[in-house]
Design a protein around this ligand. Structure first.
Ligand code: ATP
Ligand code: MG
Ligand code: FE
Length: 335
């Protein structure tokens, strides 16, 4: 059993995971209310909230899982990528807990965690492809085996989630606005025909800043002419562009590599439009492949996914020393 701690952004989360696949508890304390009025996450505010929440979250995770310290094998913690101050709170708590209870410490990459959320749904079969779509990342990751990550394509500018949040701001929606745009999109039609950036290019890369600019220009020009645009149609048109590009490039990658499974992971994997379109595309074009999309509560940041990724590190006895530091721009490493 692994006690896992996640504090890379604005969720303080602690989980207890058995064998890297079974969730015994997964406590998530969200700070969204405190950041909303600033229109984004304020790093200093995030750190202070983590300090206030972390001890309670650890206690609650153990209580809910109904385990005591003696039952634990290791402590896992996210050490990057993320906000340095936020990461340091989880890291300090994990080190203190591990040291006090004589448990080994497992260093976990937050993005590997997002991918391994899929392991909490069903066993993974390699080789596999993962589409990582979150607030800070949009990547296609090829995994030849457990713990092996090869980025075969990524965004050249904005992440998909970032584009959702920026467009949401223009629409006057609260931060983060992915979920709300998703809901509006289902009430509208793709009438504005936004560009599908890089969709025909012979690579697996993405670009979302042109789409964001097209959206801002359209709304800005309409405002100046006192013209009314349909909010639902705007959301639907924006989402149609994002989803079509993500699905097209992902299917292309799955055809180019000998993969058995496709994982869609990260906060944007909660998107209903993306989930539906990806399922349809796989069914029609690659019916022999298995699509794994974690349930909504495992798409956003949580410690259960960190515990799932930690199981691989534990098997490989990849322990960290007490000198482990936070790495805000941590890249994928071969586990
Ligand atoms: P990273 O994981 O890259 O470090 P992060 O941890 O901040 O970044 P996540 O918590 O994984 O990001 O995801 C948050 C993002 O997901 C936000 O940009 C949010 O708008 C987006 N998101 C959440 N739900 C939806 C949805 N239904 N549709 C689209 N986007 C969504
Ligand atoms: Mg978050
Ligand atoms: Fe995340």
């Amino acid at each position: 059993m692994i006690l896992a701690i996640e504090s890379s952004c604005d969720e303080t989360s602690v989980a207890v995971i058995e064998n890297g696949e079974k969730i015994l508890s997964n406590i998530v304390a969200s700070q969204i209310k405190s950041h909303k009025r600033f229109g984004g996450v304020v790093p200093e505010v995030a750190s202070r909230h983590h300090v206030e929440q972390i001890t309670f979250c650890i206690e609650e995770a153990l209580t809910e899982a109904n385990v005591c310290v003696e039952d634990l094998t290791a402590v896992a913690v996210t050490y990057g990528p993320g906000l340095v101050g936020a990461l340091l709170i989880g890291l300090s708590a994990a080190k203190a807990f591990a040291w006090a209870n004589n448990l080994p410490l497992l260093p976990i990459n937050h993005m590997a965690g997002h991918i391994y959320a899929a392991r909490l749904v069903q066993p993974l079969e390699f080789p596999l492809m993962a589409l990582l779509v979150s607030g800070g990342h949009t990547e296609l990751v090829y995994m030849a085996e457990n713990g092996s990550f090869e980025i075969i394509g990524e965004t050249r500018d904005d992440a998909a989630g970032e584009a959702y949040d920026k467009v949401g701001r223009v629409l006057g929606l609260n931060y983060p606005s992915g979920k709300e745009i998703d809901a509006l999109a289902h009430e509208g039609q793709d009438t504005y025909n936004f560009p599908r950036a890089m969709i025909k290019e012979d690579n697996f890369d993405f670009s979302f800043s042109g789409l964001k600019s097209a959206f801002i220009n359209l709304t800005h020009n309409a405002e100046q002419r006192d013209e009314q645009l349909d909010r639902n149609d705007l959301a639907a048109s924006f989402q149609a562009s994002v989803v079509e590009v993500l699905v097209t490039k992902t299917i292309k990658a799955c055809k180019a590599y000998p993969v058995k499974q496709l994982i869609v992971a990260g906060g944007v994997a909660a998107n209903k439009g993306l989930r539906e379109a990806m399922a349809t595309a796989i069914e029609n074009e690659l019916p022999e492949m298995t699509l794994i999309v974690p349930p909504l509560r495992l798409c956003g940041d949580n410690a259960a996914m960190i515990g799932a990724a930690a199981h691989i590190e534990l098997q490989k006895k990849h322990f960290a020393t007490m000198a482990l530091n936070a790495d805000p721009s941590l890249a994928f490493q071969h586990i």
